[in-house]
Design a protein around this ligand. Structure first.
Ligand code: APR
Length: 232
């Protein structure tokens, strides 16, 4: 029998236990930096060195963190399910946990692109966390983070919607569902498909039928695996 399709939307919360701070929790990234300054296309044009340094710092942190059981449990579920991860995160922890089917809606820290030719994308070496002003693409224009900033389109959204429409089970882990279009993904899940949401804090549940696991990612994914084994 073919495996059920399990689609998982993840956000910063799944990486919190790995030591990567979220954006909107107290002490989160957007309390330390202004979103406009470091995560918007206008911010890039205003101060490219500042933005370049912000992502260099976040890339450097990747060398010091590791996946937690939230990421690892999802990779393990690939034994029993056709798991498709749609993440808002730009870290590489899902990859490092062993997940094979990952869509990065907001880009990837480990890649850079030409600021002018968006199809010129380059994978950085694992230890290479620093990009500098003057680092140029093969056509001579400045390299910038391969990240979708506020004010830019989300090219992977249509592919993500195709996955949500195929879901037999939909899971939401560690996202405040504040940012669109990512937060709209659950609206493409068919009515009779069960939705599980893992988050230690109150989230604005859009639908009372959702199964709410009020735990952190590691413990929450353990409980999810248990629940899914019962409906197998
Ligand atoms: N385990 C699971 N969830 C957690 C944990 C944890 N240990 N700690 C916090 N959370 C939850 C919070 O309760 C919150 O609901 O993770 C969520 C984090 O929300 P945000 O900080 O808003 O992160 P996210 O939803 O991923 O932000 C979406 O906003 O700034 C942009 O591009 C950025 O991709 C990001 C997008």
């Amino acid at each position: 029998m073919s495996k059920k399709t399990l689609v998982v939307l993840t956000g910063a919360g799944i990486s919190a236990e790995s030591g990567i701070s979220t954006f909107r929790d107290s002490g989160g990234l957007w309390e330390q930096y202004s979103v406009e300054e470091v995560a918007s296309i206008d911010g890039w044009y205003k101060n490219k060195p500042l933005v370049t340094d912000f992502y260099n710092q976040r890339r450097k942190q990747l060398l010091e963190v590791a996946p937690n059981y939230g990421h690892i449990g999802l990779a393990e579920l690939e034994k029993d399910f056709d798991v498709r991860i749609v993440t808002q995160n730009i870290d590489n922890l899902h990859e490092r946990a062993g997940s094979k089917n990952i869509i990065h809606l907001h880009g990837e820290l480990t890649k850079v692109r030409s600021e002018k030719y968006e199809d010129l994308v380059y994978e950085l070496q694992p230890s290479q966390y620093e990009v500098k002003m003057g680092d140029l693409c093969e056509r001579g224009t400045q390299l910038r983070p391969y990240v979708v900033w506020f004010g830019e389109p989300v090219p992977m959204m249509s592919f993500a919607i195709e996955q949500a429409e195929k879901a037999d089970i939909f899971v939401i882990i560690g996202t405040s569902l504040n940012v669109y279009p990512a937060a709209a993904l659950v609206n493409y899940v068919h009515q009779n498909v069960p939705v599980y949401i893992i988050d230690p804090h109150e989230v604005k549940l859009n639908d009372k039928r959702w199964h709410y696991i009020k735990k952190g990612a590691s413990e929450g994914v353990k409980e999810l695996i248990q629940l899914l084994s019962e409906i197998e």
